[in-house]
Design a protein. Structure first.
Length: 429
């Protein structure tokens, strides 16, 4: 029986590789686009470079392409995925290890079609599935900015993708199923701010790469748009972004969204975990008009299907009962007995989307690791929440998180001690 399973696995692998080869063969006629004729003088235009700097910030390029303590855009990180670690390349204009030999046509092809300088398929850890919507003019500005940076000689690190994912041919079926190239096209039925917001959210901001559920193959769910999902390996939950009925941000106003993206805090909640990094490195630097445009688009997302009420068990009730005194001892002084927090200082827990998201992992990790809002120009010294990993057991963390998720207006599921144990083992980064 074991031999049959092994034979079946080998046949399946061969079929995947064959499908990838067929896509390669069908695409063999692909050639790099003709050179654009853009010369050094055009790329050195200060206005174009400044615009590219802003757009690269909106795209949060530095968030992946800058290692902790490293030179800007020089790569050096390894992005963890369920299929192994993928190295982040150097995108400074170094001729040997960066983009120094790249033309704009090469760069445009990478953003728009997910192909490298030699035509090779790029791994979708580089979010070309979203960047394909970026306009050619914006891509040119970003390229001019990157080419203006000081070149840094830093070879790309060695990744650790498992077979067959280490073979780029295996991307063929994935691309056929989950990738469609195409620039953003404005909706003539919508306003200019709505279209600008849709372009930023869907394209440059690539919000859907986190705020959308992924399947076992890493493909993004087609619907609902920005419906929320767990970030693989990092184990944070990016909530549903609909502000309408049954949405993850139900009841949020456009101003709540703008405030969170600009300052890291709002009356509805605070940014922490990966979103805190996005606010610190990207959204706080965007113009008020662009933030308002993003909010205009997000508040237009449709209502969601109702979520079935959680049917508590006696075990859930016991956890909630055990968590009440723990909350009073460790949490109420800041977040209040009523879970409403203190505006601009301590975020509310009642109705907080990060507290009541489906998995419970955000609240659990916040208790274990602490809650650290981003440092922004508007809030340069935010209050932080200390970690409790050394002070509370798995059972105690499960109890207090379950109490928070089932108190006041919250009706989320309880969290089990064994789930806390798994989350405790997940690295902070």
């Amino acid at each position: 029986m074991r031999g049959l399973r092994r034979l079946f696995a080998m046949l399946l692998l061969l079929l995947v590789l064959l499908a990838g080869w067929l896509v390669v063969a069908a695409d063999a006629g692909h050639r790099p686009e003709a050179r654009t004729g853009i010369g050094p003088a055009s790329l050195s235009d200060p206005a174009l470079i400044a615009r590219g700097d802003y757009l690269a910030t909106a795209a949060d390029c530095a968030g992946c392409h800058t290692a902790q303590g490293g030179r800007p855009m020089a790569g050096g990180r390894l992005l963890p995925t369920p299929f192994g670690n993928i190295p982040v390349p150097n995108i400074t204009p170094d001729r040997e290890t960066g983009l120094g030999r790249w033309s704009f046509a090469d760069f445009w092809r990478a953003l728009h079609t997910g192909r490298g300088r030699r035509g090779e398929w790029l791994y979708p850890a580089f979010p070309y599935t979203s960047y394909t919507r970026v306009s050619r003019d914006d891509a040119l500005a970003i390229f001019a900015y990157l080419q203006s940076l000081p070149p840094v000689h830093r070879p790309t690190a060695t990744g650790s993708l498992r077979f067959p994912y280490d073979r780029r041919e295996s991307l063929g079926p994935w691309r056929a199923l989950y990738f469609r190239a195409g620039e953003f096209r404005p909706d003539p039925e919508q306003s200019a701010p709505w279209n600008r917001g849709a372009y930023l959210v869907q394209g440059l901001g690539h919000c859907g790469e986190c705020h959308t559920r992924r399947n076992a193959w890493g493909g993004l769910a087609a619907a609902p748009t920005l419906g929320g999902g767990q970030i693989p390996v990092q184990n944070w939950y990016a909530p549903d972004l609909s502000t309408r009925q049954h949405g993850g941000l139900q009841g949020w106003s456009a101003q709540d969204i703008v405030q969170l993206l600009k300052t890291g805090q709002s009356g509805r909640g605070s940014a922490f975990g990966p979103m805190a990094d996005v606010v610190a490195g990207s959204t706080q630097h965007l113009s008020d008009d662009d933030l308002q445009a993003m909010a205009t688009y997000l508040v237009s997302l449709p209502a969601r299907a109702p979520v079935p009420d959680v049917d508590p068990t006696s075990h859930d009730d016991a956890l909630v009962h055990q968590g009440k005194p723990l909350y009073a001892e460790h949490c109420a002084a800041c977040h209040g007995k009523d879970g409403r927090g203190m505006a601009g200082v301590y975020p509310p827990l009642d109705g907080n989307p990060s507290v009541i998201e489906p998995s419970g992992i955000n609240a659990t990790r916040a208790v274990l690791l602490g809650g650290f809002a981003p440092l922004t120009r508007a809030v340069p010294r935010p209050y932080s929440m200390p970690p409790f990993a050394q002070r509370l057991s798995d059972a105690e963390v499960a109890a207090v998180v379950s109490y928070i998720r089932r108190s006041w207006s919250n009706r989320a599921s309880a969290v089990r001690p064994e789930a806390v144990g798994r989350d405790r083992q997940t690295p902070a980064d």
